[in-house]
Every structure is written in C-alpha cells, then in structure tokens.
Design a protein around this ligand. Sequence first.
Ligand code: B12
Length: 284
Amino acid sequence: MLTTIEGPRPVLEPETISAAPVRTINVALVCKPFYTAQWPSIQVGLLTAIGRQAGFTIEPLHLNLELAARIPDEYEALCNRRGHMTGEWLFSLAAFGNDIPRDDQEYFRRFPEELEWATQGGRDGDFLSRLRQSIIPRFVDDCLAMVDWGKYDVVGFTSSFQQNVATLALARRIRHDFPNTRIIIGGANMEGDMGLEYARAFPFIDHVVIGEGDVAFPEILRRLSAGQDAAGIPGVTWRDASGVHFSQPTLRSGRWIRSRSRSMTIFSGAASSLVSTTEKMTCP
Ligand code: B12
C-alpha cells in the first residue's frame, strides 16, 4: 500500500543558513531500533554531513545494529512487522517502567494476531515476553553504559516507523544521567501535530524538529555554540516556563512535478541545493 503526505512540508529559505559555529560543540546523532540493519540511516548520514559541513563535531551512532546483533534471526522481521506496532510495545517497559502494565498476556489477549504472527515465524509469546521484560531493558541499559554520553553537548535522535519508544527510552535515561545534554528529536514520527505533542508530553525533549532538518539542525547547533537558546527557529519547538512553543516555517516558492514513474511527486524550488526530492513522495 502506498502512503502519501498531503501537501507540501515546510522548507526553510536557504538564506537562513548561518555562519560558522562560535565554539565547538560535540553532537551525537542516534539511530535506534527498530530501524533496519540492512542499510544505514539516511537521516543520520545526511544530518551528520550537513552538521560537519557547518563546522560541528558530529558522531553518528547506529545503535540499532547493537540490538540486531543480539537477536540476528528476529531483528529484521520485527522491523518489518507493522501490525499493532509490536516493536514499539516491546520497548514500552524500558521506556515507561512502572507507569504502564507489566503484564504481557493482556497485550496478547487484545491483539491475538501479534501472537499468531510470532508463532507463524517460528517464535512465540515467550520470546516476545523475554524481549520486552529482559533483553530490551538490558539493551537500553547497555546503550547508556557503552557510550560516553557526557562528552556530548547535544544528542539528536531520528525517529520514523517503530523507533519512537526506543528513542524515548534512551533519551529519558540520558537526560536523567546528563542533565546538561540537550536532547533533540526529528524524523517522520515528529511531523506536524505529532511533534508538538511529543514535545509537550516529554519534558526531557528540549527540541523537536518538525519537518526538514537541513537548515534547522545546523541553526540549532550554531545558536547553542554561541551560548544562545534555540527559541524562534522556524520548524523547531522550544520550551519556556509558559509551555512548548513552535514557529511555523514559511514555504519557499516552487512547484510540484509528477515523475514519470508516477510513484512520486517532487517539489522543485528555484535553483537551490536545499530542494528536497523526498517531499510528497510515496514509499517506493
Ligand atoms: C524511502 C522511503 C521508504 C523506503 C526506505 C525507508 C527507510 N528505512 O529509510 C522503504 C521502501 C523501505 C519504505 C518503507 C516503508 N515506509 Co516509507 N518512506 C520513504 C520516503 C519516501 C522517504 C524517506 C527518506 O528516506 N527521506 C529522506 C530523509 C533524509 O528525509 P526525512 O526522513 O524526512 O528526514 C528529514 C527530517 O525528518 C529531519 N530529521 C530526521 N531525523 C532527524 C533527526 C534530527 C536530530 C533532526 C534535527 C532532524 C531530523 O531532517 C531530515 C532531513 O531534512 C518517506 C516519505 C517522505 N517523503 O519522507 C516514506 C515514509 C518515511 N514511509 C512511511 C511508511 C508508512 C512506510 C511503510 C510502513 C510502508 C508500508 N506500508 O510498508 C514501510 C515501513 C518500512 C519498515 N521497515 O518499517 C511513512 C512513515 C510514517 C512514520 N511516522 O514513520 C513515510 C513518512 C511516508 C508517509 N507520509 O506516510 N519507505
């Protein structure tokens, strides 16, 4: 089934790209499960390159590979299973602990097709329970321990598909142990109202980037490197005593063109390297 974004996503004017950083800051860009282990995250790769080009120290961390290595026979199947977003549920205890029901049987009772799917694939409910109750909480503990998070001024997470709960699980722990580290989240799961609501629901998220990060991300870093806050950057949420705020980016002029394959529609702006060819594009 093909899915399409309704209407154009916000794109920033290229002129809003700012000058070089004022001081060096260290940044980690993190990819969490359940992102495929078959190819690297294009989001992390792109933003790492953009951030480095702007003069920042960016380290890409594909932590999804760590879980893939622990459950090599099941990992891709879990990435590809949409169903009731069982991948998200598997991280729920690690993310929310005692705030949510610990009992797995209730989930299986409500969503028997998830159990059927596991059984058909040669797994069973016990395996899913073991993942949720022990393998995944230990994986999140290890993610916290295996990286020196204290050396980063900013930790950015990318989240699409079933990466949200894994992202929240680690981000919360990093904020707890390293309160001065800024947490930024972007990606398809943060589009539109979803991004605003995540920012409101989880105070440990400093900024959500809603829409493209090509301009907004280096601008956040530049502000932070100058000792300023990131309030008011178009496409980025920020928080103050009165709550979470967001400034809507303006659309650059351009036009939509339909490709010959008819599988995608491309936004073609006026001769800019920032033109995104992925906007309003369906999944191939
Ligand atoms: C290519 C593509 C695929 C490919 C590859 C996906 C992949 N794993 O990389 C394939 C064909 C495999 C695929 C499959 C599916 N896809 Co698809 N896919 C796309 C597509 C067309 C482009 C994604 C992309 O690579 N963009 C390029 C990157 C660079 O851009 P980006 O992701 O938008 O990232 C930018 C911002 O989000 C932001 N950002 C991202 N991360 C971060 C992090 C930080 C710190 C910051 C500051 C900013 C930031 O900055 C980035 C650069 O500007 C999008 C639609 C679209 N137009 O975006 C759908 C899309 C991602 N797919 C979608 C869906 C639903 C699916 C399927 C479930 C479809 C299906 N029915 O099977 C499957 C799921 C696969 C799975 N394993 O779970 C949805 C995702 C919805 C969601 N909330 O996650 C999208 C958004 C389409 C839609 N509008 O519904 N897909």
